[in-house]
Design a protein around this ligand. Sequence first.
Ligand SMILES: [Zn+2]
Length: 577
Amino acid sequence: MIKIPIRNLFKTSFLVCFSLLAHFAQAQQIFSTNKYPITDFRQPLDITPPALAGSFGEIRGNHFHSGIDFRTNQREGYPVYAVADGYISRLRVQNSGFGLALYINHANGFTTVYGHLQRFSPKIATIVKDLEYEKKSFEIDEFPEATLIPVRKGEVIAWSGNRGSSGGPHLHFEIRDTKTEETINPQFFGINIPDNIPPVIHGLYAYRLNGKNFNESTPKQAIGISGAAGSYKAAAPVSLTGEVGFGIVVTDRHNGLSGTNGVYSIQLELDGKMIYTSALERFSFENSKAINSHIDYPTYINTKRSIQKSFVDPGNPLKIYSGLVNSGRINFNDGATHQLRYIITDSKGNASILPFTVNAGTASFAAPVIPAGLNFPYNKASEFNSDEIKVVIPQGTLYNDLNFVYKKLPKPAGNAFSAIHQIHNRFTPLHIGFNLWIKADALPESLRDKALIVSTGGSSQGGSFDNGYLKATPKNFGSFYIAVDTIAPRIVPTNITDGKSMAGLSKMTFKISDNLSGIKSFSGYIDGKWVLMEFDTKTATLWHSFDDRTASGKHTFELVVTDGKENVKRYAISFFR
Ligand SMILES: [Zn+2]
């Protein structure tokens, strides 16, 4: 393992952060001058030593991981502590996402977030349940006044769980700037995670850009590497001619029971001069989807391999980059030998080094040929119209100029009320959704309210009827047509039948699902009165926990589940308690 003295990282003048040497024992920041309090916060769990199942900024589908995931020994139910004095500033319950989550505002200007909780402390649980009954909704998102739920450092606020979009029991923990809501690497706040293991470098790639935008047809070449324990090397010098960008596959582990996590920083040097730095110190949620611009998105879609590019697309809004020279693009046309070096660090400053040699050619590359298709600039809104469709791409959607291609394919058999419209391709990442109108073909008036746009993969894009067209806002390009959803959701009771005695059972449980437009709402009623039904999207499980609102004796129960196209399923029985 090579532990780089911090000064080596600051060869170039734009990297000014020497005052942070004091933080080195905790974690090191690469290029910012932000100062964070390192003694205010305790650990949110008592599990020692703490181990992470996920690190800050780690690459996830369509987002950077916004916090750190503490391992909880594959179990739920560990007490979760307020990391400092403050007050509960947000109470959030969701079918997916964080499931059950608490936010605490602290006097130092930071907010801590605790997600995927199993249950809240009794005091908080009572407040949440009252709010849910008041709003007749399981999902809530409330911002209590500072005086309602003050908390002390070390107070148990909840128990750890696996609710929401969680892949196993753990605690998701974040520290945010209260004002901007930017989320910040908790390891910069003295949240100590034992770690003396340097990042692992799995792969190195060269992309032949030659003046063009990066896209799915950019030629990519793997460069063989070997090494371990912080020290890597290329198998042989590589010959490259023309404008090139590089990409790298890296992961990190912490000591003990660590998952495979993400690294903190990636830097690339050309002949001793830094030309690219990315560092996951903090980011804003509105920029998080630009991870699809940060990585080689077409390769990720095809193989799930996350190659982090070391050249930056012009429409990439992330503020994690610094000291870019020519956006990280390098011209190899001088016939000389060049020394390159990747320096990869984790949040504790453990570093891995990968030097490699490039023998540059001399041929200058030909000016790029503008391919057939429509040119959509990344920094402008664009529009495409035909007799049967309209596409509006708002400004801020594209990361690169796009050579837009459209194709009409025959109407599919079965449940279809339009041709298939191929809107460019699924390898182009989009920052926000685009607006799509598809003209309806032979759609009966009676089915207008049931119509929606689906992708040829079968997933609903939603949408509504608008003057002869269906309008939706897909998040990705692809192939789309109009279908209808006339089928109500399914309700499958798992532990209850008509007339059953539920005495001795703490809850009644159901599985609910929908064929196309998706579950929009659910409501349960005991003796005609609304009762709290809790839902977990990932397991499609819906349940009601009995409490003293339901006395012993005979009761009626009705469950109403509605999908996105207002198809309604009802389930009604009586039971004893
Ligand atoms: Zn997490």
